[in-house]
Design a protein around this ligand. Sequence first.
Ligand code: HEC
Ligand code: HEC
Ligand code: HEC
Length: 412
Amino acid sequence: MFRRCGSTMQQGEVETLIPNTAAAPSGQRQARGAYLAQAANCMGCHTDRGGRPYAGGRRLSTPFGTFVSPNITPDKATGIGHWNEEDFWKALHAGKSRDGRPLYPAFPYTEYTKITREDSDAIFAHLKALVPVAQNNPPGKIDFPYNFQPLLSLWRAVYFKPGVYQPESSKSREWNRGAYLVQGLGHCNACHAERNPLGATTGEDALGGGQIMGSNWYAPSLTARMEAGSADWPIEEIAQLLTTGTSLRATTSGPMADVVRHGLQYLTREDARAMAVYLKSLPESAPRAQAGSPPLTEQVRQWFRQGAKIYEKHCQDCHGTSGQGAPGIYPPLAGNRGVTMTPPINAIRSVLNGGYPPSTTGNPRPYGMPPFAQVLRDDEVALVLSYIRNAWGNGASLVTKAQVDRSREGMH
Ligand code: HEC
Ligand code: HEC
Ligand code: HEC
């Protein structure tokens, strides 16, 4: 399904599947561009913490060095004020800067390449209408040998194939719209896929889950039932999770809360539904080897008793005596895949850092969770997590003190 070949559709049919706005008057086109830029979360990366929108300067750390996002406001000296539609298309579609320099895939053009020319032009119209901000950003620090341009060109030759999304003629218009949004604008695969040591997603295991480069977050598989696959979810509930950040069974946190906060919550009902239809239809991947519950030796029972004590003291008030949570307020821990997932790093992260689900129109004042990094020792965090991963019908591997240690080291 992620292959781009095999479509026998003509250009005209392509355009009826993906709404085309080329003929729209410029105000309408700008508004549409603003909507698309929001769905693609361009602002998230191109805005520094506390900085001016789209003026860049945000540092993105990866195993290859630190990238600094450029200024994409229409300032002539420091932004893209001199660019035209063609230059912009080359950046989004082909990953090349105006002067022909190949861009690093820290800019997810590997997914944005699926965006249509019409949508690219609309996004450009939106950016051109912004107030120009004169802001020079410091250069990034890309480590040797990744700072070596020929290596980037080689990388691109191997891992990057430019190509606009080609609708599948056997699928509905809604499904194709969803696929277009998930694969292109939403760049879900930029986080939700395993990367090889050169930072490339190979495309074979699309949306199959992976650790986000340079962070202690795991973006779960969107195709596996044990992780965040939604084959057995009602469409409405998937759309609700994407646009409000919570549902009865799940709550988004960390980087996914940002994706919802800055982007997905603004999707129209139709687009959110289309995404849900597509996600639900993804073929289920074979279950990964799961490290299951530990054998219940006397030692393990004792650990669970200790974990239960910590739970009663620090967690139960919110998450409930049997991990049931409080609907719409505190997430359940019983039957929650975020709790039992095989790499336990997100659960560790939640307990150490606490967090808030995103504040959205559908859930304007979310309740938060306090950080426990200063309250509990690493062995206590390991004990309470091992307990909740195996209480109330849950079953998963024990969390070790060493795993909690490692997570603390990666905290910024
Ligand atoms: C995950 C972070 C991220 C997201 C999301 C992102 N960008 Fe970028 N973008 C970058 C980085 C980093 C660079 C610089 C890459 C380089 O210098 O090689 C960049 C480069 C660019 C450039 C080239 C600028 C130049 O001077 O060459 C343009 C144009 C651009 N982005 C536009 C966009 C648009 C439009 C969107 C949304 C559709 C977007 N970006 C989303 C991180 C991001
Ligand atoms: C910047 C990285 C990033 C991007 C981009 C991203 N995700 Fe996520 N996603 C995550 C992380 C990390 C988690 C795990 C935290 C959590 O459960 O909320 C996650 C969790 C999820 C979950 C499970 C939520 C839960 O709690 O059960 C779903 C569903 C999901 N993402 C869908 C998507 C879709 C659809 C897109 C594209 C529109 C997307 N994600 C884009 C990082 C990302
Ligand atoms: C004041 C209420 C409160 C307390 C106390 C609390 N939590 Fe939470 N917990 C929350 C909220 C709210 C969230 C959702 C946070 C988010 O989305 O970032 C959450 C999320 C979580 C998650 C992530 C669930 C998911 O869906 O990914 C885990 C795991 C968790 N809590 C475990 C614990 C443990 C263990 C304790 C005790 C050490 C605890 N919580 C104490 C309110 C609380």
